[in-house]
Each structure stands twice: as structure tokens, then as C-alpha cells.
Design a protein around this ligand. Structure first.
Ligand code: G1P
Length: 288
């Protein structure tokens, strides 16, 4: 039987170039969608999927992302003194949500390199990777479906979604054999292919359940033309040694790492909030 997935890695050391200048000094993963930072959505998804050990991979100067999940005694004392019980509960729940540690990626050498930085924290057991930009609303949570499939197949599982042909060059794309019920066996995978030569329209969308042998595969993976070690290239190596599976997303995904995606995600999650939806809807209608 496959070992349980206890740890999730959040690569969050990117330069945030798609949403500058907001991210010039401020970590992209802390930009809020309504009132929660982007990364908190991913952590909540992991916790709802039974994974409570979180490893944040951030750039060295970033102390804020870890602090978001840590206790804040001074703030708690003030909220308590002022009788702000609801806010106090929210702040305390956040630091109790998960067991969060931070590791640093000194240089932005790619997603594969970021995952490698988490190796000492992960150890020799299976783990998940969540790319915080991909914010997913799904019931059951996407990661939960993936860990269930991982338990069934006993090997790595990727999350995929069909994207328009012209968009394949923004994703890792798989070549796959459909096994039914949204499950695929991966035959090959390629990072950001040309639409003309892409093997399919099935894009990897920011969730992975991996086995620890991926670390050795990544160690042996060279940098691409842009000087980055790609996770997709590491997985391609892994595929030489063991089967990989993918499951298709059932739910709604937003790419909150670009301007339009960020705005859409903000409106989407605000419209799910009973305290905000009626007034926001009225406002949007007024604008029309
Ligand atoms: C990364 C991965 C890519 C994946 C994508 C999902 O690309 O390299 O394979 O499809 O995330 O969001 P990035 O968005 O960092 O360029």
C-alpha cells in the first residue's frame, strides 16, 4: 500500500513578473482574493485533503509569507482587549490551520529547482506540490481526488485540465491514454510546447502528488534554454522508471498570477460570499 501523503510543498519564490508592479516589493502569493491571500486558498485545500505539513519555498528576503501562518501574540492581545472576538478567532484559526515551515530558494532557477529545495523537509516519503497561482474551487478538493488516485495506483499523479490550443504554450502538456472516469496514463509530457506540435490539449494545472524518487530525477535534470530546471523535465525522467497518472480537474480553476485571472478570481470568490455578493452583483450590473 502507498504511504500516506503528509507534506505539501508550495513553490513561491517566483519573481511575479506577470503582475508587476504590484509584486515588485510584495510577495505575489500574499495578494488577497477578497480577504485571504492567494496562498491561503491552497493551504486550505491541502488541509481539506488531509495534508497538514506545509513547506513554503520562498525567496530569501521574504519573511511575510511564513508570518501569515504563524501566531501573532501582539495582534491577538489587542483584539482580545478590544473584545473583537470574531477577528481573534479568525487570526487564531489561521495559525492553527497547518504546520508551516519555510525554506529558501536563493536564486530563481525554476520550478524543479524550487521543489528540490524542499527535499530535506519532505524526506523519503510521498508529497504533494501546489502552485499557489492556480486557485481551485472543487468539491471534493482537487488534491483529495489526487491522493485517492495515488493510493489506488501507487505512483505519481498530476492534475490536468483541457485548455484552448493556443494556450498550450503556457503549460506542461501531457500525451496520455484515457483510462476512463477522467483518469489518464501519461505517455509523455512536454513543457510549454508549440501549439502546432503539442501532443494534446491536456495541461498540467498546478497540483502534483509525487514520490520521493522525483528528487533524484530532478538532480539529474539539466537546465532548459532559459537556465531553469523544469519540474516537467524531471517528471519526464521519472517516467523512464515508473508509470505516471493524471486526473482531470472537476471544478473551477483560476490563474491568479496574471492581471485578468486575478481580477476574475477576486470577483468569483466575492460572489460566493453571502455578506458581499448582493451588493457586488448590484454594482457590477450598474457598470454594465
Ligand atoms: C508551471 C509549470 C507548468 C504548469 C504550470 C501550471 O509553469 O512549469 O508545467 O503547466 O505551472 O500553472 P509556470 O506557470 O510557472 O510558467
Amino acid at each position: 500500500m502507498a504511504a500516506p501523503v503528509r507534506t505539501v510543498v508550495f513553490p513561491a519564490a517566483g519573481l511575479g513578473t506577470r503582475i508587476l508592479p504590484a509584486t515588485k516589493a510584495f510577495p505575489k502569493e500574499l495578494l488577497p482574493l477578497v480577504d485571504r491571500p492567494i496562498v491561503q486558498y491552497g493551504v486550505e485545500e491541502a488541509v481539506a485533503s488531509g495534508i497538514r505539513r506545509v513547506v513554503l519555498v520562498t525567496s530569501p528576503g521574504n519573511t511575510m509569507t511564513g508570518a501569515h501562518f504563524a501566531p501573532h501574540p501582539a495582534l491577538e492581545a489587542v483584539l482580545e482587549e478590544r473584545g473583537k472576538t470574531e477577528s481573534l478567532a479568525v487570526v487564531r484559526a489561521l495559525s492553527a490551520l497547518a504546520e508551516v515551515t519555510t525554506v529558501h530558494q536563493a536564486q530563481p532557477l525554476g520550478l524543479g529547482h524550487a521543489v528540490l529545495m524542499a527535499r530535506p523537509e519532505v524526506g523519503d516519503e510521498p508529497f504533494a506540490v501546489v502552485l499557489p497561482d492556480d486557485v481551485i474551487d472543487a468539491d471534493p478538493p482537487a488534491l483529495r481526488r489526487m491522493t485517492d488516485l495515488f493510493a489506488a495506483v501507487g505512483g505519481p499523479v498530476l492534475l490536468v485540465e483541457r485548455v484552448p490550443r493556443e494556450a498550450v504554450q503556457r503549460y506542461g502538456i501531457i500525451d496520455a491514454k484515457a483510462l476512463g472516469q477522467g483518469v489518464f496514463e501519461v505517455r509523455d509530457l512536454v513543457e510549454k510546447p508549440d501549439p502546432a506540435t503539442a501532443p494534446s490539449d491536456l495541461a498540467i494545472v498546478g497540483r502534483y502528488v509525487l514520490t520521493p524518487d522525483v528528487f533524484d530525477a530532478l538532480e539529474r535534470t539539466g537546465a532548459d534554454a532559459g537556465g531553469e530546471i523544469q519540474l516537467t523535465d524531471g517528471l519526464r525522467r521519472l517516467l523512464e522508471h515508473r508509470p505516471l497518472h493524471a486526473c482531470e480537474l472537476v471544478g473551477t480553476r483560476h490563474d491568479a498570477g496574471n492581471r485578468l485571472g486575478f481580477l476574475k478570481a477576486s470577483v468569483y470568490f466575492a460572489l460566493k460570499r453571502p455578506d458581499l455578493a448582493p451588493q457586488l452583483r448590484a454594482f457590477l450590473t450598474e457598470l454594465d
